[in-house]
Each structure stands twice: as C-alpha cells, then as structure tokens.
Design a binder for this molecule. Sequence first.
Ligand code: PAF
Length: 282
Amino acid sequence: MKVFSEKKEINTLVDAYKAERQTIGFVPTMGALHKGHLALIEKAIQDNDAVIVSIFVNPTQFNNAEDLEKYPRTLDEDIMLLETLSKDILVYAPTVDDIYEGKTTSEHFDFDGLEFEMEGKFRHGHFDGVATVVKRFFEIIKPDNAYFGEKDFQQLQIIKKLAEKYDIPVNIIGCKIHRETSGLAMSSRNTRLKPEYIKVAPVIYKRLKTAKTFFGTKSANWVTKWVENQFKNNELLKLEYFTIAEVDTLKPLKRKSKNKTYRAFIAVYADDIRLIDNIALN
Ligand code: PAF
C-alpha cells in the first residue's frame, strides 16, 4: 500500500494517470475508518481505474477545539483495513501544512442557502471548512468521481453545489448510510461512546423510522412535535434538532407537495458526542 504525505507526490501520480486516460476515484475521509467508509471505497474501486483515499482530520471544519482534539486518529489501523480491500489503493495522509501552507483558515462560500440550514445553524463555519478542504483535494487529485456518504446528507448537497458553482469537472456520488445491526448509523465518533450510550443510541434511528411512518398521514409539524416529545424525558440522549426538509433546498417543509422529495434530519447529543442521522421520507 502506498501512503503519501505530500501533494507534490500526488500531483506526479495524477499527471501520469491523466496522461494514460485512467479514471481516478476519490474518497475523502478523516480516518477512523469503518464499514461505511469501506463501502464507499469498494464502490470507488468498482467504478475507477485508480482510487485515492485521503485521511486528514481537517482542523478548519471543527467549531469546537475539544472535538478536534478528541477526534480519533488511527492511521496504522486505517491502512491495515484498506489493505484488506486492495493493496492498490493510494492513500494521501497529508500534514496540516501540506494542505493549508501555513494559513489554517477557511475560504468563505455561498451555497445558495444550503449552508444556513440544520448543521449550519449549530456548527458555525463548519461547511466553509469542509468546502475549503474538499476544494483543495479536488484541485490536487483531479478526480473523475468522488464519493460521499448520505449520513452527512447536507454535506453531500453542499459538495454537489461546490462542484456546480466552481465548474469542477467531477461526478459527486452519494452512497447510502451504513448501520450497525442495532440500527445506529456508523460514524467514527461512535468509537467514543460509553457502553450505556451505545445501548440507548439506536433509539435515534428507531424514532426516524417511526417518523417516516407517521409522515404518510400527518403534517411535518405534527411529526416534529412527536419526535421532540419522545426525547423530552430521555436522560441520556439530548435532542439538538429534528427537521423535515425538502432535499434540494434543505428548507424545512411547510406544506407537503406531491412532486417534491423530503427527508427527516436529526442531531442528538449522547454525553458530549454529537450524533447525526437522516432518513428518506418519500
Ligand atoms: O465527511 C467527512 O469525513 C469530512 O467532512 C470530509 C468530507 C472528509 C472533509 O474533511
């Protein structure tokens, strides 16, 4: 397995692939890889001649210093896991300096309002940080296809908008959420959950599934109130938001329209660990 830490090495490789008209698939990650990441990488392997996986805990997308500090960093285990998929995967694990060149700040982006909804309200500057690093990765790696999980559905929509607004010639491919058998959405943050929280956290997906059932006959407002009530007396899980939104604009649903597609989104604190999830409603 080849692991690179400098963009100039990646540039040389990318130039060689482009010269031979080989397609490049790119899977950006912050490491602490789990089965959800592996599914994205497997899809990238199927679709492309070469696959580059980045492993980089991006400081500019953390709006909380403690969250950044505690984010799991497991490069050796990650590389071992990737080797079980294919030894041909190329890993780009840069330093902060290789990406930010001494200026660890975000660019400011306008995503036509997508950035102000849900996560944008609670994690100020988060999407500017994500878009800054993903745009840099796109410039360095020049992928034909890039793969993102639907667990971060708002991020996926924002990256599609980034590619569209900046005319970046890359197909953005969304892949479905991978879940533990308990229903809990897979996330690198799950490794930090204490046993009592692992036990209760599956309730998040359970509530989403029930909300989906109710959505067939009840208003968005009714379903939202119902979910909020379910979490009211929960000692361990603290609801930050539950929102039903239209998928293209991510604006909260006011009145249902037959030809629109909706999803329910949720963010919950389990101890100091923030978990997010979502479900397609129609
Ligand atoms: O989804 C993530 O893990 C990160 O936001 C990403 C896309 C790798 C950018 O740092």
